[in-house]
Design a protein around this ligand. Structure first.
Ligand code: SF4
Ligand code: SF3
Length: 516
């Protein structure tokens, strides 16, 4: 096996015998075979026309190879066989070209495009489940996968990456339309860390529709629902918030799950990444759905009408019974309340206030501190960075990296909290929308705003978001905790020269450089 798609890759250059994430060689090889089958199907589709089934298989196949999603070689092989059958049925040829071999810079650029597409596939999948598909987005998966099999100059690869970044921005917009169309526009809410006594279920991942289905099926059953990780922003959507048994939030970011789930008297439903190999202490409480899978964990399937039967999960919650008494919990910094819901609609509804505050100097700087969390000790940078931001600045945040600081009470500016959670990683769409609106109001470009992006990455959704930001012309992004192993020195240099992208250093130095 060889895999270097995520930030925790072995030795900072590649996992070779087994993944640091727990992915074994059999699964890794099966994922490479699956990727080759998707390339073959995409080439066929481009030449002879797409089918609805092929559209879905390509999106789901790419999503299944995202880090911490699917650890089940059998599930991966089944997907691969289905894709192969679809291609053969349509008369397409197989593809057995290289994925990660060849000239270092070309491997780097090809891998960047592949990993970006894996991230975008996750977003396209969530949007499709809510009935939203977009021809430009779906069509680009065919184009992008086909291009992986073609030879290109470095400039051509960079052109493809920028084109992809724009399409991924459209895909995030599509998912925003899907989520807000189904569940309303998020509005700011305070979410408790307290767990009430009695049976409960924890839901993690990004799929709001899965949460909705479960809320419906647990109505009036005496079972409470708590979000975990990237599901936190669900509380802000009116059509989900209205369920009185959606009570609060449990736990912090994904890398703490083995510790946090150990003694949990409740089952956990994984709707997406990041799933870690479950420890024996809680293996029987892990339930997966959609493209997430782990050998031995109960997998809940979707029927032909798009429904899911969660009765096994519900029975498990009743069997485990929850805590005998209400339980007080806190975040990493000891806070017991989280706020979320500052997506584009909420922020733009107070745009006048924000603009006035910037004009008057009450808000001197806006930071976007967002992205993935992970296990590396260096990620403490983000906690310290936020703690050291001056009182006359605002911190916008999104994705799961925020659990390092979102329970800190950082105070308010002009009635707005200083730390504002815009949502999940895909809500980077909201951040861009707000930035563009501010730039418009001030009659300047985005790069001329008193705005700095300090991002953390771990898996491939961060890759597609980064490419979108670059494609939109956002410059001087600080990225950490380490730079991607799949970016070769030459490719990195091009990104530094063209976009001013730079690695994080220390909170003190970076703040000084930004504000000085
Ligand atoms: Fe290694 Fe990351 Fe690939 Fe897992 S996803 S095998 S940790 S590079
Ligand atoms: Fe987190 Fe896995 Fe990336 Fe959606 S849940 S941001 S790491």
């Amino acid at each position: 096996m060889f895999c270097f798609q995520c930030e925790q890759t072995s030795g900072g250059n590649g996992c070779r015998n087994v993944g640091v994430c727990g992915k074994d060689a059999v699964t890794a090889v099966a994922q490479d075979d699956l990727t080759r089958e998707m390339i073959a199907l995409a080439r066929m589709g481009l030449a002879n026309g797409r089918t609805k089934r092929a559209d879905e298989l390509i999106v789901d196949g790419l999503f299944a190879t995202v880090t911490n999603v699917n650890f089940d070689p059998q599930a991966i092989s089944c997907l691969k066989d289905e894709i192969k059958a679809e291609r053969e049925g349509l008369g397409g040829q197989p593809f057995d070209g290289p994925l990660f071999e060849g000239d270092t810079d070309i491997v780097s650029l090809r891998s960047t495009l592949l990993f970006g597409m894996r991230g975008m596939a996750a977003y396209a999948h969530h949007a499709r489940i809510l009935g939203k598909v977009d021809d430009e987005v779906t069509g680009w998966f065919y184009k992008g996968l086909s291009e992986l099999a073609n030879e290109h100059s470095i400039d051509e690869w960079l052109g493809l990456l920028m084109e992809f970044g724009k399409v991924n921005f459209r895909c995030m917009e599509l998912l925003d339309e899907a989520n807000t169309g189904a569940y309303g526009n998020p509005s700011p809410v305070r979410v408790t860390y307290n767990i009430e006594k009695g049976p409960f279920i924890v839901v993690t991942g990004h799929d709001l529709h899965d949460l909705y289905l479960l809320l419906e099926q647990t109505k009036d059953k005496g079972i409470n629902i708590y979000t975990h990780g990237e599901m936190l922003p669900a509380h802000a959507y009116p059509e989900l918030h209205k369920y009185p048994h959606l009570k609060g939030h449990f736990g912090t970011a994904w890398q703490n799950q083995q510790k946090e789930f150990k003694d949990l008297p409740a089952p956990v439903l994984f709707t997406t990444n990041c799933l870690m190999p479950p420890k024996d202490s809680y293996k029987d409480r892990v339930f997966t759905t959609s493209v997430v899978a782990y050998p031995g964990a109960v997998h809940i399937i979707e029927d032909e009408n798009g429904n899911k039967d969660f009765s096994q999960l519900i029975d498990k919650a009743i069997e485990l019974g929850g805590y005998p008494e209400d339980k007080k919990m806190t975040g990493i910094n000891g806070g017991d309340v989280l706020t979320t819901g500052f997506a584009h609609d909420a922020v733009l509804s107070v745009a006048d206030k924000v603009i006035d505050a910037v004009k008057s100097g009450a808000i001197k700087h806006i930071f976007l501190v967002g992205g993935c969390d992970g296990a590396r000790p260096g990620r403490n940078y983000y906690t310290e960075f936020v703690k050291q931001t001056p009182q006359d600045s605002v911190v916008l945040t999104l994705a799961c990296g925020k659990f390092r600081f979102n329970d800190i009470d950082a105070g308010e500016i002009g009635g707005l909290p200083r730390i504002m959670d815009m949502g999940q990683c895909n809500d980077a769409y909201s951040a861009v929308k707000v930035a563009l609106a501010l730039a418009d109001a001030f009659g300047v470009g985005v790069n001329d705003l008193p705005l700095s992006l300090v991002l953390s990455w771990y898996e491939q959704k961060a890759v597609c978001i980064l490419l979108s930001l670059l494609a939109l012309g956002v410059k001087n992004i600080r990225l950490g905790p380490t730079l991607p192993a799949f970016l070769s020195p030459n490719v990195l240099q091009v990104l530094a020269d063209n976009f001013g992208i730079k690695p994080i250093t220390t909170p003190e130095e970076d703040l000084k450089a930004i504000l000085g």
